[in-house]
Design a protein around this ligand. Structure first.
Ligand code: DAH
Length: 375
């Protein structure tokens, strides 16, 4: 009977009933392992060695069908109680040897790799140098388009004296909803919109919770932006991705007015899209701002006349914004009678899509080098 066949049987079926016979059985297995190992290590052809080494490794150590796994099942787990300790002892020693075998084979494999690489290194030195040949091109990485746009937006606000804050992507329901005045019954809290980790923990659905964390940490006055990843229970399509990027903006000080909000966002749009663009504020609703607005910029590509990129409307929607709701200031520990503030939230991916004329948001997250190389 081969060792392989023996490994498929229980000790009882093999007639191995006492410590001595157990030792003999494992002795036989170790010997077999040793002879197989020697055979493989003595192979001179590197390629043949590589193939045989892998086969041998799998024969002994493959998780599902390897001899060790089988013996674990049949010999060790199936051993009668009184033989267990002695079977365990021999089994561990055999397994140890099998694992060392892997290391020893690996060592030789690495040596082969080294010599192959060494040979490659040698090659240019052996040929005479022709100084008129072009140099080696070293491929350089570049920033992901979403990162580029994020940095561009950050730079504009850093220039205005804002600082950058971050918050956790795994966020509490309190920061993501409650403290932002989002009522218990708001549809955005639904399982179908929000990815819950547990009752009290979500993957943040927007960067707005960073507002609250910054208020608690720094108090007023406060001028921050908070970029980062957000998550929603969205089916991926050309304009939706379950993971996307936002930047939150927040300014809190004495005497902050809607005029400051309009002026700052108009300045921002001109810096980002070019001096020619005009901005438009439409009324909207967000639970954490009052009043709330949505800002659009005149299409920088057709000057507002209407083109494919603005869907013939002449306008491109940029972001949501508003004056921070007094209750939100209160949640953040800031006195709304003394301070006021404005906030905005924008989708970085959308900005990048507009800027680079990309019609499918999925392209950002597929890591296709042919796409990414263009930036
Ligand atoms: N958090 C909002 C969203 O994800 C965007 C937003 C709107 C943020 C208005 C704000 C704001 O700070 O004032 O849709």
């Amino acid at each position: 009977m081969t060792l392989e066949e023996k490994a498929g049987k229980s000790l009882e079926e093999l007639g191995t009933t006492d410590a001595q016979e157990v030792a003999r059985l494992f002795g036989e297995a170790e010997q077999f392992l040793g002879s197989q190992e020697n055979e493989v290590l003595s192979l001179e052809n590197d390629q043949e060695f590589g193939l045989k080494a892998k086969a041998l490794r799998d024969f002994w150590l493959s998780r599902k069908n390897g001899l060790i796994a089988q013996m674990d099942k049949t010999w060790l787990k199936g051993a009668p109680k009184q033989l267990r300790p002695i079977v365990g002892f021999h089994f561990n020693s055999l397994r140890g040897r099998a694992e060392q075998l892997e290391e020893r084979l690996d060592k030789r494999r690495k040596r082969i790799l080294k010599t192959v690489r060494g040979l490659e290194d040698e090659r240019p030195r052996q040929t005479p140098t022709d100084l008129t040949l072009p140099g080696y091109r070293r491929p350089l990485g570049s920033f992901h388009p979403v990162t580029r746009v994020q940095r561009e937006i950050e730079d504009i606000f850093l220039g205005l004296g804002f600082s950058i804050e971050t918050g956790p992507e795994i966020e509490s329901v309190y920061y993501n909803f409650d403290a932002l005045n989002i009522p218990e019954t708001h549809p955005s809290r639904d399982d179908w919109d929000t990815l819950y980790i547990d009752d009290q923990t979500v993957l943040r659905t927007h960067t707005s919770p960073a507002q609250m964390r910054a208020m608690e940490k720094r108090g007023a006055p406060l001028y921050i932006i908070a970029p980062g990843k957000c998550y929603r229970h969205d089916k991926p399509d050309s304009t939706h991705s379950p993971m996307f990027h936002q930047i939150e903006g927040l300014a809190i000080d004495t005497d902050i007015t809607f005029g400051d909000l309009k002026g700052t966002l108009d300045f921002f749009a001109k810096k980002f899209f070019g001096e020619k663009v005009r901005t438009r504020f439409n009324p909207s609703f967000f639970p954490f701002t009052e009043p709330s607005g949505e800002v659009s910029a005149s299409c920088p590509f057709c000057d507002g006349r209407g083109c494919r990129r603005c869907k013939e409307s002449g306008w491109i929607e940029l972001l949501g914004c508003g004056m921070v709701h007094p209750d939100v200031l209160r949640y953040g520990g800031i006195d709304p009678d003394r301070y006021s503030g404005w906030a905005f939230g924008l989708g970085i991916d959308r900005f990048a899509m507009v800027k680079y004329d990309i019609t499918d948001i999925q392209l950002f997250f597929q890591s296709d080098v042919r796409f990414l190389e263009q930036f």
